[in-house]
Write a protein that binds this ligand. Sequence first.
Ligand SMILES: CC(C)(COP(=O)(O)OP(=O)(O)OC[C@H]1O[C@@H](n2cnc3c(N)ncnc32)[C@H](O)[C@@H]1OP(=O)(O)O)[C@@H](O)C(=O)NCCC(=O)NCCS
Length: 164
Amino acid sequence: MIAQCPPLDSNSAYCNLLQCTHFADSCVIAECDGAIAGWVSGYRPPSESDSFFVWQVAVASSARGQRLAGRMIEELLDRPSAQGVTHLITTVTDDNDASWALFEGLARRWNARLDKSALFDRDIHFAGAHATEWQARIGPLSRSLSRPSGSAASTDSKQGETAI
Ligand SMILES: CC(C)(COP(=O)(O)OP(=O)(O)OC[C@H]1O[C@@H](n2cnc3c(N)ncnc32)[C@H](O)[C@@H]1OP(=O)(O)O)[C@@H](O)C(=O)NCCC(=O)NCCS
């Protein structure tokens, strides 16, 4: 699914398996009619544990435009494992309009600020081979503000799965 969602970077199968085991509390899969429709991976950075880092967000092209990405992120923030999270952080390249629209929309919806700063620079960190990754930092988050009633996707009893 990641491979079908450019411009996301593909990671090794080993990395994806670690996400699904060690980081299952902070990752979610959305299913529609038995097929995977969406995936969000994230974690709380050890050095910044009041933040939730959204690593990759992927929505199948057939499932786009239904706020699925935002609903998966809200599902993750709604879990007991996200207790104490005050900020959502992520990185986005300048040309990813859909991703900026997603995170700017979430900041508006949560009535929170979005601060943008360069995190990984094209020349300094990527030797010119990858566009600069800008950090978007959204917060402070209020748990009640972040989840207007009826907004969150329902959670299946099996950890890590969300029904849409
Ligand atoms: C980015 C992505 C996850 C959004 O998923 P989605 O569930 O379709 O998003 P939503 O329906 O919640 O739309 C979010 C916002 O983006 C806007 N949007 C969606 N596609 C867009 C596009 N191609 N260009 C500009 N805006 C776009 C929507 O209008 C919406 O804006 P609004 O809240 O102001 O109405 C999906 O397009 C995707 O998988 N893209 C490829 C992978 C990627 O770039 N992931 C993000 C980087 S981590």
